[in-house]
Design a binder for this molecule. Structure first.
Ligand code: ATP
Length: 366
């Protein structure tokens, strides 16, 4: 793993008066580049050669400079990394960036300063490690079953490294599990039991709150013990199963699919607001204990509200998530912090700008 000192040494040679925001051109990059523009920062977009005309077509969300590549793997080449460093680029990780480049490659081979703490990639990327983090934080989580034989209630079976719920299935008994698992095995999607996580199926309403944590701003919640936590929006993911009613009166099997295809905005009933913030504080405190300096910047908690058990967190995404693209002009929550449209992309640019101003850029980079 590239040590933080080495990244900070690269950063120390940056011309801070010309810091640029960089990322891979994707859906979320539009918000990131737009946010940089709004904050008066220049930006660099790494784009697949054939995609450039499309990302160039958004006048208020295209980067100032394009770096064209033939594959995202090129981002790991010495030449591209040197180019990014010579442009004083701070990379913003988003879902596609992590997916295309790979968290291990980022940790081991990507020497460009990144916004946030790259150790979160290590803690988030592996379901078992992430579970340790959630348990350390003390937020309620779904029960995990070590063996299919123990299945005594409905479970959701998750494939390791699955993207957005693809291939997940539900089972209510060991027999049903094995039947469905064999089907996946025949299709070559899984090899052994090691390839899946069996998790208690939580009945309830899903919420995906988007948070931003700044370690350089003054404390706004005492339990944080430093730093500022903002709730900048909430979404709900649109999954195939959400449309199951369209198959009525029969329940068509193909609708039993958890693949995430889009996002819709949502707010919580007011009595739940404190629950969300309280759990987010716990996640931050635990991240400091487990991987100092802990979480920095955007993160999303993936939660289900169950009427008798309250909010149960089944995952944390430690980066700007697709759901924030709903709020490019601010959200019903962002206006309680900012008297101007504040998207997550803009909030990232604001943090970098403020850090430069106060000489604390090194505190938010790894
Ligand atoms: P991403 O990495 O994009 O967050 P993923 O592949 O990790 O996606 P999840 O977000 O974990 O997928 O899950 C996809 C969907 O499966 C959820 O949005 C939710 O609808 C459902 N789901 C996940 N865990 C549970 C659970 N414990 N109980 C009920 N439903 C669940």
């Amino acid at each position: 793993m590239i040590p933080r000192e080495r990244i900070l040494s690269v950063l120390s040679k940056y011309d801070e008066s010309d810091v640029k925001i960089g990322t891979i051109c994707s859906h979320s990059s539009l918000q990131i580049f737009n946010g940089a523009r709004r904050e008066g920062l220049r930006s660099v977009g790494i784009v697949l050669r054939e995609n450039k005309p499309y990302y160039e077509s958004f006048p208020r969300a295209s980067p100032d400079i394009f770096i064209e590549v033939d594959s995202y793997g090129d981002l790991l080449s010495e030449e591209t990394q040197e180019e990014l460093i010579s442009e004083n680029v701070i990379m913003i990780p988003h879902g596609s960036f992590v997916e295309y480049v790979g968290s291990e490659n980022i940790l081991e081979r990507f020497g460009v300063p990144m916004f946030g703490n790259r150790l979160t990639l290590y803690w988030e990327g592996d379901r078992r490690r992430q579970r340790k983090w959630l348990e350390d934080a003390g937020v309620p989580t779904p029960r995990i079953y070590r063996s299919p034989e123990d299945i005594d209630r409905p479970v959701i079976v998750k494939l390791h490294g699955a993207k957005g719920g693809k291939g997940y299935f539900k089972a209510s008994s060991p027999e049903e599990f094995y039947e469905k698992f064999s089907e996946l095995k025949e299709r070559g999607l899984v090899g052994s039991l090691e390839d899946v996580v069996i998790e208690e199926f939580i009945v309830g309403v899903r919420f995906y709150p988007h948070f931003f944590f700044s370690p350089i701003e003054s404390e706004n919640i005492a339990d944080l013990e430093g730093g500022r936590l903002e709730l900048l929006g909430i979404d709900r993911r649109l999954e195939v199963i959400d449309e199951i009613h369209r198959g009525l009166p029969d329940l068509m099997e193909d609708f039993m699919d958890y693949t995430v295809t889009g996002n819709i905005p949502v707010i919580v009933r007011e009595k739940y607001l404190v629950d969300l913030l309280r759990d987010a504080v716990k996640i931050i405190s635990s991240s400091r204990r487990l991987f100092y300096p802990g979480l920095i910047g955007p993160f999303c908690m993936e939660m289900i509200y169950n009427p008798s058990r309250g909010f149960i967190t089944f995952e944390v995404s430690t980066r700007i998530v697709a759901g924030t693209n709903l709020y490019t002009d601010g959200s019903p929550y962002s206006y309680y912090y900012y008297d101007e449209p504040m998207s997550m992309g803009r909030r990232i640019a604001r943090e970098i700008k403020e850090a430069v101003k106060s000489g604390s850029l090194h505190k938010i980079i790894y």
